[in-house]
Write a protein that binds this ligand. Structure first.
Ligand SMILES: Cc1cc2nc3c(=O)[nH]c(=O)nc-3n(C[C@H](O)[C@H](O)[C@H](O)COP(=O)(O)OP(=O)(O)OC[C@H]3O[C@@H](n4cnc5c(N)ncnc54)[C@H](O)[C@@H]3O)c2cc1C
Length: 417
């Protein structure tokens, strides 16, 4: 596919040795992003409205099925190919990239990740049959999935079991609970709910986490609350209430207990929130260079690059972006099942670096370009607000990454004082 975009790829294909598939998918994403999403982003942000039009385009481009295995009619992207593709979308609309991640997780977790973890033959056969139903909804009918796991307590951080419960009801379940910040609320066709199956004594344990798809039309499911946040306004992350919702057995996205194994053995699954913010980091840098060169449509005045301090700040931004990209690329390249400790430390470092540096690059962009650059007619103030959300995302928020890095660098597994 020949790609007609003005923007250079975030990762040059030859320099970073991208695969043919990565070149094709990132090109497709950049073409949509630069050609269509960029112009719509301000409206979704201003109106705090879900980017429905972008999802129509994503579907037409085949990207809703980006991580659906090719044997099920999808594009069959692996973890890195997906991450690179989502980063290109994040450059142009952070809210689209972040919600796209929630959707794609439903395929990545049930696809390449599930393939890498242990299942007995019966579980594997059941999983194959059920994921075929789930993938057909996406590939054939354009279904969109949300990924609400946050509850406001420590469950989303992985510290305690999810308080949303699933109680056996025939061969299915009845699910009850409350999910906060459910991106795509009111706009998804299915909600990939993480909940806990109580054991025979009614106790909740993390290893009994169940991952099920709840159709938006299910009786007992409702969306509530306002949505008027600082940033990532197009995600429409309102509250989801599940009030004794009947969930059929075939809605299990993984066999019972398998989500816990995936979370423990494939922890990079939680790093997939970073591509949206890596895209924002690139966008902040691109904006600054263009603005100082007098090339941003709608900017007041001419070239503004003559002061040494501006060149100095651009150099700082350049360094920060290169460092962020290099670390992130390494981590998305090495992500795999059962990563050794060193790889885990690097994953936390990458998550922290992307989320914090995206915001730092945006604030440096405004400081360097000046007051006229942060008017709402230009994109940098939106990038700045969107970027602020990155380090809040659980389970790997910036503070949790710091805590784990400090702890795991000093204590071997199982070591205590
Ligand atoms: C725009 C946006 C979209 C989102 N979309 C989704 C979504 O689609 N699905 C979803 O499930 N969630 C989503 N979230 C929620 C997000 O992942 C967090 O769960 C949420 O921001 C936590 O908010 P809180 O007020 O409960 O903060 P808290 O969890 O109270 O966190 C406050 C601070 O405490 C720290 N902290 C929290 N727990 C621990 C711990 N155990 N150990 C150490 N430090 C800790 C955090 O790092 C943070 O700095 C979204 C959030 C935003 C901002």
């Amino acid at each position: 596919m020949s790609v007609t975009t003005n923007d250079a790829p975030i990762f040059d294909a030859a320099a970073w040795r991208l695969t043919e598939q990565e070149i094709e998918l990132t090109g497709r994403a950049r073409e949509l992003g630069e050609g269509v999403f960029a112009a719509r982003a301000a409206t979704f942000d201003r109106e705090a409205r879900f980017p429905t039009e972008n999802y129509v385009d994503l579907r037409e481009a085949g990207l809703l099925g980006v991580c659906v295995p090719a044997t099920y009619g999808g594009l069959g992207a692996d973890y890195r190919a997906y991450a690179l593709t989502a980063a290109e979308i994040g450059r142009y609309c952070g809210a689209t990239a972040l919600t796209f991640n929630m959707h794609v997780c439903s395929c990545l977790w049930t696809g390449p990740l599930a393939d890498a973890i242990d299942m007995d033959p019966a579980q594997r056969a059941e999983h194959e049959r059920r994921r075929a139903l789930h993938y057909a909804r996406i590939v054939e009918h354009g279904a969109i999935y949300a990924q609400p796991f946050s509850e406001g307590g420590s469950a989303a951080a992985g510290a305690v079991p999810f308080a949303t419960t699933a109680v056996r009801d025939g061969d299915g379940w009845r699910v009850s609970g409350r999910k906060i910040f459910a991106s795509l609320a009111g706009h998804a066709d299915y909600y990939g709910i993480l909940c806990t199956e109580a054991d025979t004594e009614g106790k909740l344990a993390r290893r009994n986490t169940l991952y099920v798809a709840v159709p938006a039309s299910a009786p007992g499911l409702r969306v509530e609350g306002d949505w008027d946040p600082l940033g990532m306004r197009g995600t429409v992350s309102r509250t989801l209430i599940l009030d004794d919702v009947r969930v059929a057995a075939d809605e299990a996205l993984m066999p019972s207990g398998l989500y816990y194994q995936a979370a423990v053995r494939w922890p990079h699954m939680f790093l997939t929130l970073t591509p949206a913010y890596l895209g924002i980091a690139q966008a902040a840098y691109d904006f600054t260079v263009r603005y100082l060169r007098g090339e941003v449509p709608g900017q007041a005045g001419d070239k503004r690059r003559d002061q040494a301090v501006k060149r100095h700040n651009v150099a700082r931004m350049h360094l920060m972006l290169e460092q962020t990209k290099a670390l992130w690329f390494q981590v998305v390249s090495e992500a795999r099942v059962d990563p050794p400790r060193e790889m885990m430390l690097r994953a936390y470092a990458a998550q922290y670096t992307v989320m914090e540096n995206a915001n730092e690059l945006c604030q440096l962009a405004i400081r360097t370009c000046g007051g006229q650059s942060m008017l709402r007619t230009l994109p940098i103030e939106r990038l700045y607000r969107d970027s602020r959300c990155g380090s809040l995302m659980l389970p790997w928020s910036a503070d949790i990454c710091l805590e784990r890095l400090g702890h795991d660098a000093l204590y071997a597994p199982g070591e205590h004082d």
